[in-house]
Design a protein around this ligand. Sequence first.
Ligand SMILES: Cc1cc2nc3c(=O)[nH]c(=O)nc-3n(C[C@H](O)[C@H](O)[C@H](O)COP(=O)(O)OP(=O)(O)OC[C@H]3O[C@@H](n4cnc5c(N)ncnc54)[C@H](O)[C@@H]3O)c2cc1C
Length: 338
Amino acid sequence: MRDLNYTVAETADAAIAQFAEAGGTARYIAGGTNIYDLMKLGIERPARLIDVSRIEGLNAIETEGDVLRFGANALMADVAETDVVRDQYPVLAESLLKAASHQLRNMATVGGNLLQRTRCMYFRNGAGSLSTVGVYPCNKREPGSGCSAIGGLDRTQAVLGTSDACTAVAPGDWPVALTALDAAIEIAGPDGTRTVPIADFYRLPGDAPHREFNINPGELVTAITVRKTPAGRLSTYHKIRDRESYAFALASAAVALDMEGDAVRDARIALGGVATTPWRAGAAENIVAGRQLTPELALEAGQAAFTDARPGAQNAFKIELGARVIADALMIAAQRRA
Ligand SMILES: Cc1cc2nc3c(=O)[nH]c(=O)nc-3n(C[C@H](O)[C@H](O)[C@H](O)COP(=O)(O)OP(=O)(O)OC[C@H]3O[C@@H](n4cnc5c(N)ncnc54)[C@H](O)[C@@H]3O)c2cc1C
């Protein structure tokens, strides 16, 4: 039995001060749907949990003006059901509604979702008291211990953004939609506040896969912002998984289009389930930009996104699946102009 200290922070400043007081042994907790899981598995072992879920105003959803602003503590369910999000930014609403279960979405926050950790089975198994499968080396869990997925069971692993140290997939759906829309993350910390474009928030594994996010210990995510864009309306989040609900993506695509008639003025495409971070598919975007969208062109764009893919023994299917997911998402998004 280990001691666990639990405190509640009523303000962002109080949370940051409590974290500083506890040093590296603290973790924030919002909805708890990921951190408790990881504590039960023995992967996270905080001596202190700082509950940030009751911070005044941190659950606000603001839709006026040029920017959509989601407080970090806004619930996934509430954001998905916000009128503007549902009607004008279906890619955001669908990424939330296709994640987890309704019960989880009623607990889980959009800020916590950004920082959830990988579902790689070698990361999750082998570390803790409830594990039944023994200890597998994992560089993300134990830096320098090795990667059991490389040369192991790799069907669900990433094919893009991998390194010789890690092939774990970034798990979240919402960050993929946010990546397509160039969202920004507002962060408060001991040295003040800063805003990080989502493209800079996630780190490639490289030789330090345990460092997944560009956020420092003690910093608090306070909000996520999305600049309003006409491309929001012609958008979709298309997710393929082993079962049709309550499962993580094998491959997913967030697509948002700005179109003039049948021609694409501008396309934003991001991928989930296939990469080690939420993955912007610039090569696919370039293929459709300025052209008449046809199913053939959409597939060509999908294939271009995987030119640099590095599959393992069992996950090469993700290359064709991912290409087709992009192609289908492009056509679904384009049909919404009717
Ligand atoms: C069975 C199951 C199925 C799931 N399926 C999916 C799925 O299909 N798609 C998907 O995207 N997700 C899925 N999830 C993950 C779920 O969406 C996340 O667990 C949830 O979004 C995390 O939010 P939370 O508020 O509960 O975070 P918590 O568990 O409270 O926190 C998660 C992490 O974020 C940190 N944190 C929380 N808030 C802040 C903050 N404001 N500032 C700084 N750090 C913070 C915590 O310290 C912790 O490290 C699933 C989860 C489960 C259990």
